[in-house]
Ligand binder design. Sequence first.
Ligand SMILES: O=C[C@H](O)[C@H](O)COP(=O)(O)O
Ligand SMILES: C=C(OP(=O)(O)O)C(=O)O
Length: 360
Amino acid sequence: MTATVTALSARDLTLIDTSSPARRRSQPLPTPAILRQRLPLKAALAEQIEQQRNSIRAVLDGADRRLLVIVGPCSLHDPVAALEYADRLAELNAQVDDQLLLVMRAYVEKPRTTVGWKGLLYDPHLDGSSDMAEGLALSRRLMLAIAERGLPVATELLQPLAAGYLDDLLSWAAIGARTSESQIHREMVSGLDLPVGFKNGTDGSLAIACDAMRSAAHPHQHFGVDDHGLPALIQTQGNPDTHLVLRGGHAGPNFHSAAVAEAKAALDKQSIEAKLIVDCSHANSGKDPLKQPAVLDSVIDQRLAGDNTLRGVMLEGHLFDGCQPLKAELRYGVSITDGCLGWSATEQALSKVAARLRSA
Ligand SMILES: O=C[C@H](O)[C@H](O)COP(=O)(O)O
Ligand SMILES: C=C(OP(=O)(O)O)C(=O)O
């Protein structure tokens, strides 16, 4: 029976009448194994990524006193602009890496409050054609290119079925505010060999992220698909490298010292060590990207005042300030999802942080 199933090729699968319900149609995609084979991760780059994961772990554990900075576009939509951003970030990295551990946001999946463009992985031509086979390949190519520039790659893992196409390239991942409470995401994290941040809920709830960390630290047995696209019982070992990302909530920001103290108390209640990342964007900036440097400054003030549980920050930055609606004529280097801080303000803000930390 197993032999029959595993012998089916992608072409055979297209010939099977799956009697799709009227509201659903399906189209085969390459499996994770096939995509990884087509766009392989070479041994030297795999070694670099392993070292970068360890460096991030060391910062989060407090063994390395640098500040983790996860920075980059809200979403990647234009490969040329994404790589220009990566080149600039790699250049900045050379000047600040004594104080900051820079990681580039390479977000190819976007969770939507209702509907909207769901990211490069889903719709790489930005026109609703949903060429997901190309989206998967392009996402992998871009992440490889960013990693080849020496930068650690971060992304949000939104669709667990998509993780297997990309997770070997990641040094850090987020579970977003809309999915931290999901058992399926917690199970997935439990099987990932990389540091993962759980965001507080969109309503500001810390408890769901604390529960998520405890769940993801455990081994799980769960339903999934293997690298060859076949249904599988997945058995995970538990992930010890998770942490809380404070992103604010409906009631307002949660980066001020009182909110940070509240987060630490919530973690302490569940006996989880506090290793905090503050997302300077989203509800912490009231969705005004230009307010991110002020949030960043406040985090650095708290760190310099002695709070060494603040181990990292996240910033949404692109080549130019703001955002634009997704339409035919797009401005180069401007986000098509949440507003971002432009490169010059980002560079200035991060250079200032490095200088402040250096002279502390
Ligand atoms: O960071 C991105 C957005 O805040 C998130 O994807 C939700 O976006 P939306 O509210 O525009 O759908
Ligand atoms: C969607 C994001 O964040 P959050 O889950 O906090 O809304 C993001 O960082 O792109």
